[in-house]
Design a protein. Structure first.
Length: 208
């Protein structure tokens, strides 16, 4: 009799169910918060890349691009990430040329510079493909590649547990941008931006 009454007793069942569901609901809340914050960080990183690409694509009063002007751009641009931490952000800037006859859809690195990382080597960039809209002989464009780390506010321990390496997540953005200034070299019909320390004739076929 007592056993039957105990089995029929439903008092406290709602509390037990809530206790079982609470960790799941808290995990979902934390996950949504982290996801929205990480997406905002990535959006800021993309904006940083777009800002650098737009500034560099306008060229400089002199050619090649003045080293001091490029240094200023690379030093100021990380402020776009605020309020996120910009320390350790990596920015690689490449001036690319298109030669479908020789390299098909592989762009040629004409000049390159970087901050916090290694600049791309001159020559064919075999890991890249010329974006649609840039696939014209002699076309010049700027590519800015940015990498940064995002540290979760709540899920740092979980990320460390899952990956077994670090509580930081690497985010990246790659932005191609048409040249809007610069100089015309050789027989090219397009202008190009020549980054500091590069040969102005590196991509027009007349470089030694």
């Amino acid at each position: 009799m007592l056993r039957s009454a105990f089995l029929r007793d439903r008092r406290g069942s709602a509390m037990v169910e809530f206790a079982l569901l609470l960790p799941v609901m808290l995990a979902l809340l934390a996950g949504m918060s982290e996801l929205s914050r990480a997406f905002d960080h990535w959006r800021k990183l993309t904006l940083l890349a777009r800002t650098v690409a737009d500034l560099v694509s306008q060229g400089d009063a002199q050619s090649p691009f003045a080293a001091s002007a490029m240094t200023d751009i690379l030093a100021v641009a990380p402020r776009v990430l605020r309020p996120f931490d910009a320390s350790g952000v990596q920015i690689a800037v490449s001036a690319l040329g298109v030669d479908p006859a020789k390299l098909q859809l592989v762009p040629q690195v004409c000049s390159a510079t970087a901050s916090g990382t290694t600049a791309r080597a001159l020559g064919p960039a075999n890991d890249l493909t010329v974006p649609a809209g840039y696939r014209t002989e002699g076309m010049r464009y700027v590519l800015v590649e940015v990498r940064g780390t995002y540290t979760p506010m709540i899920g740092g321990a979980l990320v460390r547990l899952v990956t077994g390496i670090s509580n930081q997540i690497t985010l990246s953005a790659s932005i191609p941008w048409p040249v809007r200034g610069g100089q015309t070299y050789g027989t090219n019909t397009y202008t190009e931006v020549v980054l500091p320390g590069a040969n102005p004739k590196a991509c027009d076929g007349s470089a030694p």
